[in-house]
Design a protein around this ligand. Structure first.
Ligand SMILES: [Zn+2]
Length: 223
């Protein structure tokens, strides 16, 4: 992305050929800074500054780079909702081979991945799952016969709890109480960690040597 510069004495105007930056496609990527620059000169010539154009381009790019949100059933429309029996919030892509029969909100999740916390190495073998996720799921297939059931799916790493709303409420209360106790643990750990130190690599090397000698001595005596 190109940065726009202008000398302090030079004021850019809408049809100033000196500082105009023409948009171009690089590969399949539009040069957004140049595109916004040109659009602003045309439509907002009095407000135009190269810095403002660059700022708008940066904001737009940040928004475009956000992960795509799946369509909700409400966004897909009535026909879709009637066909699959979807509540408006459902983001399940019914009809896809991997899609569920149940209806679900998009999960909320922690940015923290479980593989960043789990020292067993087990989590890093699987997908890069969030530490915790939660979503509302409605099961209403053949509802006249089997009824409709609303669940909360609470994910923690590779584990998934399918709970009733009442169980979800109880889990939330437990979690709230736990965060208070976790905060106390973290506070204490931070105080204790003030006395931590890294150790001396030279002393560590001598210790390793001594251990290896001892092991070698034991093996010799056994022969
Ligand atoms: Zn659905």
């Amino acid at each position: 992305m190109r940065h726009l510069t202008t000398s302090p004495t030079h004021t850019a105007t809408a049809d100033d050929p000196q500082t105009e930056v023409r948009p171009r496609i690089e590969g399949d990527t539009l040069d957004l800074t140049a595109a916004v620059d040109q659009a602003m000169r045309k439509t907002l010539p009095t407000e135009y500054t190269p810095e403002l154009a660059a700022q708008i381009a940066a904001d737009t790019e940040a928004r475009l780079n956000q992960p795509a949100r799946p369509l909700t059933a409400a966004q897909r429309g009535d026909e879709w909702m009637n066909r699959w029996g979807c509540p408006g919030f459902c983001v399940e892509a019914h009809g896809d081979p991997m899609a569920s029969e149940a209806h679900s909100t998009a999960p909320v999740e922690t940015p923290l991945r479980v593989s960043e916390l789990d020292h067993s190495g087990y989590s890093s073998n699987g997908e890069d799952l969030p530490w915790m996720t939660a979503q509302v799921v409605v099961v209403n297939e053949k509802a006249q016969a089997y009824g409709r059931a609303t669940q909360i799916w609470l994910g923690y790493g590779v584990h998934l709890a399918e709970m009733t709303p009442a169980q979800g409420r109880a889990a939330l209360d437990e979690l709230r109480a736990f965060t208070v106790r976790l905060a106390a643990v973290v506070d204490l750990a931070e105080q204790v960690a003030a006395d931590d130190f890294p150790g001396d690599p030279e002393v560590a090397r001598l210790d390793t040597e001594a251990t290896e000698k001892r092991i070698a001595g034991v093996s010799k005596r056994r022969r």
